[in-house]
Write a protein that binds this ligand. Sequence first.
Ligand code: KIV
Ligand code: ZN
Length: 509
Amino acid sequence: MNNKVIIFDTTLRDGEQSLQSSLNVNNKLEIAFSLERMGIDIIEVGFPISSPGEFESVKTIAKNIKKSRICALARCLKKDIDAAYESLKFSNFYRIHIFIATSPIHIKTKLKSKLSDIICLAVNMVKYAKKYTDDIEFSCEDGGRTPINDLCYIIESVIKAGANTINIPDTVGYTLPNEYGNIIKKIMNSVINIDKAIISVHTHNDLGMATGNAISAIQYGARQVEGTINGLGERAGNCALEEVIMAIHTRKKILNLFTNINHKEIYNTSKIISKICNINIPMNKSIVGSNAFSHSSGIHQDGVLKNRENYEIMTPKFIGLNKSKLNLTSRSGRAAVKHRMKKMGYKSNEYNINKLYSLFLKFADKNGQVFDYNLEHLAFLKKKNEILNYFSLKYFNITSNLKTKSTAFIKIWCGKNLKSDISIGYGPIDALYKVIKKITLLNIKIIKYKLKFQNNNKKKISITLIYNNRKFYGIGIDYDILKSSIISIINALNNIWLSNKVKTKLKKI
Ligand code: KIV
Ligand code: ZN
């Protein structure tokens, strides 16, 4: 049996149908390009009959994607199959994916039909689609809850009619890995013409089993896995492809399988999709979450610094991420603090690690996370008579209305000098940002602005700025959203100011 597992991505179909608002054609094309770069074998790009916009998107993607095979979904209806063909025909190689529900509950209460009629329809529609292409996938929707003998009979019939990929969706995410694997095993052993088709699996994550089920299925002979990037999809989502791909790679000795994926593109693709779909990746998401390669506890950080493999089973580089991260918090030990200072270019004789570590612990207890520049302040600035807040807010007046641009007038203490100025901008935050930049003469760029309503009705703004290619963070909390915005920017500016002060101080030494 072939050891290659075909990776079938349905982010643009099953994933997209779960989004709060649908994607436009440019967004979809950008996602399709990223999936192609990642080496996805088959990209399911939509359900063309569902709307004219969807039809056009499938057509555009079919015209532009050259390396991955393009696929479109159709119900067991001639008009669906015609629409799939009409939108796909611009591609060099494409697949039509036909589906119908096969479980007793779906047949009885959704389709209001009977099994024999469903099989007859499925066979006829596969034959109908054959006039358009030889590459036909047939899906037994709710296959996970279809009695195994019915399933085998349907599969045998549609293969005879010309289907060459047979997909067994666990549509409602109901099965357990062992159970799902046994379904595949039974199909492999009892469907007489199964050698003429590839078994595909399509798992949903309602019980958190999607990846486990897919892995179990490939152990029993399935050779195509369907899923989405970041696990997007109906309800709890589809199987996250990055997880399956990395499980196949990381456990190759056990699984003895491979994919054609360009692993270095995994992280990038995940980021692009998260951004375009406007769905944040949970920080603890396997493989692509921001914490997936970061270590927090002192024991883990020490272990990783001694030998990465103590706590990492994959390298971040392999998926296209620069490096692992050691989060500096009050749980970190001296080893992590020393390591971070070394990474910033400081030699151990330039500072006193014992003093630094005790200041670090106090700071971390109070502030939570400790950033690089905080560590520099703690190491090199004398705390007692040092001014930590060089900039502070004295006064502001901001106007904003429907017709004209916004204006921001502001007075800021810059050390002992009170400075004021006015700027206009596209909205109050833009005007504010411009005037603060003008007053402080610091060439900053805001890259993240996050608003959170707190229980006490205060608004917390978390801001990320870039200054001299380095990230600085700031937080502002107030009832007034504009005041908290100003405080957050000023907080970040004070961090920049302290950092510049460290640099000047070190230059003098
Ligand atoms: O979950 C499912 O059953 C599906 C089919 C249309 C393949 O998405
Ligand atoms: Zn699905």
